[in-house]
Design a binder for this molecule. Structure first.
Ligand SMILES: [Zn+2]
Length: 305
């Protein structure tokens, strides 16, 4: 179990989701995302493609992958549950078929495995709360409404909420979602100035979160993960099977990560088991998680040794 009482650092995790953030726009230059580039420089990074099958291309209602549209509902469900749409059941933004009872989000799993663990989530896409992708067992579960108020406004409120929790409360596991990049890409495409501005705004929000983490002091060991749910066509839009829509990234930063480490094809379903691992919670095979634990720079040693 995590330390604390014996003087070892307490393990904590921050996961930040940025909707529809294309990796090529992220890595393009530090000027476009200075905070994220700082994480890339001191952490690990890699990309993978969302699952794609061959035989289902004839299914009605395409474009279609073997499992799901490259949409936000399936993508964030895969991030949060650690299983693909064939198990969590979400194949589109209608959330039809969702089985979050069998496959709950990693915050709920962590809280169930360790009562007393403080979990919190704040998002600007209300569906993640309304649909139960983030389940009712999450300790603090707040949504601001990017759909009604615009994502620039809602994301700012998300960041303020998360910073307040990090400053005034004591979360052990925090999930934060920003949607401005996806909104901009749908409006003007991911090659547009508006998309650059949305990325820069989210990058600044991330910076505020990391500053709040750093200000908490030395008795904690934070793992930070940043990811996305899908890409975008150059013209804006997603749901289909092109590489631009299917490519996703994972950034992993924690104390001891060798600078510039390459992650070997990290997948969205790897995030949940990695979060649980960093909190010292063993993954139960009965959970049926599809992902693997992303490598740790400092393999955990027993606090009893
Ligand atoms: Zn999305």
């Amino acid at each position: 179990m995590p330390g604390g009482r014996d003087g070892t650092p307490r393990d904590k995790v921050l996961v930040v989701g940025m909707d529809g953030l294309r990796n090529d726009r992220l890595v393009r230059s530090a000027a476009h995302a200075p905070v994220l580039h700082g994480l890339l420089a001191r952490g690990a990074h890699g990309t993978s493609l969302l699952p794609y099958g061959e035989a289902d291309g004839q299914a009605e209602g395409g474009p279609w992958t073997s499992m799901a549209y490259t949409d936000s509902g399936p993508g964030w469900s895969s991030v949060l549950t650690g299983v693909w749409p064939d198990r969590h059941g979400v194949t589109g933004n209608d959330f039809a078929g969702a089985d979050y009872t069998r496959y709950p989000d990693f915050l709920s799993r962590a809280g169930a495995a360790r009562p007393g663990l403080r979990t919190a989530a704040v998002v600007s896409w209300p569906e993640l709360v309304h649909r139960g992708t983030l389940g009712p067992a999450v300790g603090r579960r707040v949504h601001h409404d990017g759909e009604t108020d615009g994502y620039a406004t809602a994301d700012d409120l998300v960041a303020r909420t998360a910073v307040r929790w990090l400053t005034e409360h004591d979360p052990d596991l925090l999930f934060v979602y920003f949607g401005g990049t996806d909104e901009a890409a749908h409006a003007t495409g991911p090659l547009s100035a508006a998309y650059d501005a949305a990325l820069l705004a989210q990058d600044a929000h991330l910076g505020r979160l990391l500053t709040a983490v750093d200000a908490r002091g030395s008795g904690e060991r934070w793992t930070v993960l940043v990811t996305t749910d899908h890409g975008h066509l150059d013209t804006g839009g997603h749901g289909g099977d092109t590489r631009a829509e299917r490519e996703v990234f994972v950034v992993l930063a924690e104390p001891g990560t060798p600078a510039g480490t390459r992650l070997d094809s990290p997948r969205l379903v790897d995030i949940a088991p990695t979060v649980l691992d960093r909190l010292g919670i063993p993954v139960d095979p009965d959970w049926g998680l599809a992902g693997r634990v992303l490598p740790s720079p400092t393999p955990p040693t027993s606090e009893w040794s």
